[in-house]
Design a binder for this molecule. Structure first.
Ligand code: BGC
Length: 834
């Protein structure tokens, strides 16, 4: 059997030269992979390519192969258990990481995640997500980096290099065209060759080149008519043959739908299991002559190579044998959050606040107390602690300097029972005998595969009771409800309040129990501080015929809704009396999450009214936006400062205090244009027509689109203010480099992201008016000058030529711009390119 050696032309791994010793070890791994493959029979090979459960592949002791364990990704490592019992460090959202414009910082994040993965026995992190911000409506916008392919590729390469520095694999996802969520399992993303190559494939290509990832995840959707898990052209020809990807191709969860289509389309692993289109069905297809065994061998080789790389093939040297230095996750989460905050407006130096001179702060907004620190869906992890803005500012400000009022609460939907609840789960058999008990940090039961409480099995578990006490934080009418499919009985304060069955809706999304709408079941009046008993009993449905077994349902709760005008009036009174008003506005999980797209960019509830009312009485109003993706800020010119905090991770509130009080400067620059109004966005439609989503805007997404239509955004791509000023002094360009000299003219040390854009002065081909070619971060103290030489990648001058199936360099005259943002060019030079 002839082995495919890893791509011969590659001579670097993650920007580091590969040494002779590295190459020798790579050869040892390749030889071991071939030797192991030779020992496997067809059935075992087919079995290895199918998930054995939600997160793992089977072990094969005869060849010393351990069970490969995978886990989401991307802002933390959840591990194989979907529960707060097994906490993880939660870093800021990928939008925030991209906003730092710093691949080295992304690399440090990656190293921390590798450390987390190792702690949890995970070999492969299901990340990063490098689909593009095509439309701000995309439900997973928060989970992707940017509207720009170059920035996405640079940050993604740093991230993958970091994770792999720690000896843990990644699956760069979702390959490709999964830029929105509506009908995500089936939608056909119709993308012309140039945007496909120049925009959507570009980050994947850059990461394959710059970080040599050990894995990729193929998406649910189709591209140009073919399902991505079966896409022979994009997977076998482009990803593997053209780019030299030698890693493992894992399907998105439940994306693999055809045994022969998938294996011939280059899909190595079908996840999750145990019921997949691989395993026995694959062996059968080979025996029936539908699939050559060599295709199975190629896939097994890729799995074994991955196993060898991460050290899961016994006796074979892993890529990383000496781990990088340990990282303090809490400290890094705090640092990253501040580095990602984007200060988009700061009138009269409102920020930083002077925390020591006795200034008072009136904080308002429900999210200031119950912060959204991460985005919903598979990216969810459960941090051990969570610092809200209220916690962070309370700790940082002198006693008595801070007040808090809710002001506006945008979440008018029930969410899993959390604050004030103490719950556990009791599993009983059909006769009512207890067979197992589990702890429950919230009202959400999410047991996937065999991750059940000790003693409970799918065979013996007839019902599950979520039971415990609830201590109300406020007096008034409390609502209780359920999420999930099946039969329930709900009791509160010792009284049966509801009994009924929730059937599957029309969506037929297998994750409906997870993302589905909450249902209110009862309301009753409770008193602050007076505990009540709660109990939700769930009849466990028969899931034996489903591809994966799981129990998913939730006890939901919503506290008393106070009169919205009264809440605003309270916040206004507090703001009137304070030196500074800080309003935290946010999206909710119902409007921004995996599983669905947004329909507009409006802040939910009365939050806009709250900001306007506070700003009317306090000229020093600072608005903190706690959202993973753009929202409309119609009052932005009426407030003193606006800080975009994204989903800031578990230490977000501490980082917010650092930045508001000036211990650190906000480091972020927008990775995506923020429109003034939703209608201004270049792409406002993400709902497919008859299953097809046409990318009719072609090359013109993000700033490329705004510029083509001459639309002024609220805040341009690349925009963001620090706490110092920079003067750009000189720019010298060659076809390969831009050399920029700049001086920190302010009074504080700072970091500036120097952005290099190319703008052809005349064009013979259709291209955007300008685009990001490269960038570099520089640091300098007050009065200091720095010089940076920024390499201009050859690709920046190229377009894709579909007929020639190759890249074509476009000569001519270019204006090369050294800019603070896409909308703020500081210097420019002319370059004549042959
Ligand atoms: C998501 C993937 C994720 C997988 C496993 C899918 O629904 O699209 O990004 O890795 O689930 O949780």
């Amino acid at each position: 059997m002839g082995g495919t050696a890893p791509h011969p032309h590659r001579n670097r791994r993650g920007g580091t030269a590969v040494t002779d010793a590295d190459q020798a070890r790579e050869q040892i791994r390749e030889d071991a992979v071939e030797a192991a493959l030779d020992k496997l029979d067809l059935d075992t090979k087919a079995r290895l390519l199918a998930g054995q459960d939600m997160w793992t592949l089977p072990e094969i002791p005869e060849i010393g192969l351990k069970s490969l364990v995978m886990s989401d990704g991307p802002i933390g490592v959840r591990g194989v258990r979907w529960t707060a019992d097994d906490p993880s460090i939660a870093l800021p959202s990928p939008t925030a990481l991209a906003a730092a414009w710093d691949p080295e910082l992304a690399r440090r994040a990656g190293r921390l995640l590798a450390q987390e993965a190792r702690r949890k026995g995970v070999h492969v992190l299901l990340a990063p997500t490098v689909n593009l911000h095509r439309s701000p409506l995309g439900g997973r916008h928060f989970e992707c980096y940017s509207e720009d392919p170059y920035l996405t590729g640079a940050v993604g390469s740093g991230y993958v290099n970091g994770v792999q520095d720690g000896g843990v694999g990644t699956t760069v996802k979702h390959f490709v065209g999964n830029d929105a969520e509506t009908e995500r399992f089936t939608v056909d993303s119709v993308i012309a060759p140039r945007p496909l190559r120049e925009l959507y494939l570009a980050p994947f290509e850059a990461i394959v080149e710059g970080a040599r990832p050990w894995g990729i995840m193929t998406a649910y959707n189709r591209v140009n008519g073919t399902t991505m898990t079966e896409h022979q052209y994009l997977v076998n020809e482009v990803l593997r043959a053209e780019w030299g990807f030698d890693g493992c191709n894992v399907s998105d969860w439940m994306a693999a739908r055809s045994t022969t289509g998938d294996i011939l389309g280059g899909l190595d692993v079908a996840m999750p299991g145990p019921q997949t289109v691989y395993g026995p069905a694959l062996a059968e297809a080979v025996r029936a002559g539908e699939v050559p065994e060599s295709a199975v061998d190629a896939a097994v080789r890729n799995v074994l190579r991955l196993a060898a790389r991460v050290g899961a093939l016994e006796g074979v040297p892993a890529v990383v044998e000496e781990l990088p230095a340990a990282i303090d996750g809490q400290a890094l989460a705090r640092e990253l959050a501040a580095r990602g905050f984007v200060l988009v407006r700061n009138e009269n130096g409102t920020l930083p606040l002077d925390g020591t001179s006795g200034g008072t702060v009136a904080l308002s907004g429900a999210a200031a107390r119950d912060a959204r620190i991460l985005g919903g869906g598979s990216a969810t992890v459960f941090p051990e602690r969570l610092v809200s803005p209220l916690d962070g500012l309370s700790a940082a400000l002198p006693e008595g300097a801070l007040t808090f009022t809710v002001g506006a609460d945008p979440s008018d939907e029930l969410t899993p029972a959390d604050k004030g609840f103490e719950l556990r789960a009791i599993c009983r058999d059909a006769s009512g005998t207890v067979v197992g008990e589990g702890s429950l940090p919230t009202g959400q039961v999410q047991w996937i595969g065999d991750d059940l409480p000790a003693g409970a099995t799918y065979a013996n578990m007839a019902s599950i009771e979520v039971t415990g006490t609830f201590l109300p934080r406020e007096s008034g009418e409390h609502a209780f409800g359920t999420r999930g499919l099946g039969a329930f009985a709900l009791a509160v304060d010792g009284e049966r309040r509801w009994e009924g069955v929730q059937e599957m809706g029309n969506e037929a999304d297998p994750f409906e129990a997870f993302f589905g709408a909450p249902s209110e079941r009862t309301r009753l009046t409770l008193t602050e501080g007076v505990p009540v008993e709660v109990s939700l009993t769930y009849q466990v449905p028969d899931t034996s015929g489903l591809p994966m077994r799981a129990v998913m349902f939730s006890l939901l709760h919503l506290g008393p809704r106070r009169d919205a005008d009264e809440l605003i009036a309270e916040a206004v009174e507090a703001a009137r009396a304070a030196d500074t008003a800080v309003v935290v506005v946010a999206t909710t999980e119902r409007v921004e999450s995996e599983g669905y797209d947004r329909t507009d960019l409006v802040l939910p509830g009365r939050q806009d009214d709250l900001v306007r009312a506070v700003a009317a009485v306090n000229p020093n109003t600072v608005v903190v936006v706690n959202a993973g993706s753009p929202v409309e800020l119609p009052w932005r010119e009426d407030v003193a400062a606006v800080l975009l905090a994204w989903f800031p991770g578990q230490e977000g509130g501490a980082a917010l205090a650092d930045v508001l009080l000036g211990d650190k400067e906000p480091g972020g620059r927008l990775p995506t244009t923020w429109p003034a109004r939703f209608a201004d966005a270049p792409v406002t439609e993400v709902v497919p027509t008859e299953g097809r989503l046409e990318y009719t805007e072609g090359l013109f997404i993000g700033y490329r689109g705004y510029e083509a239509q001459s639309v002024e955004p609220a805040f341009p791509f690349g925009h963001g203010l620090g706490y110092t000023d920079w003067s750009y002094e000189s720019l010298e360009v060659t076809p390969d480099t831009a050399r920029v000299r700049l001086t920190n003219t302010g009074t504080r040390p700072g970091r500036e992201v120097v952005q290099i854009y190319l703008a052809p002065t005349a064009d013979s081909v259709e291209r955007p008016a300008s685009w990001l070619a490269a960038f570099a971060g520089v640091e300098a103290g007050p009065g200091e000058s720095v010089e940076t030489e920024i390499a201009l990648p050859a690709r920046a001058f190229e377009i894709w030529d579909e007929e020639a199936r190759g890249w074509q360099r476009i000569g001519g005259t270019y204006e090369v711009r050294a800019s603070h943002s896409h909308g703020d060019t500081r210097l420019s030079a002319t370059l004549d390119l042959a």
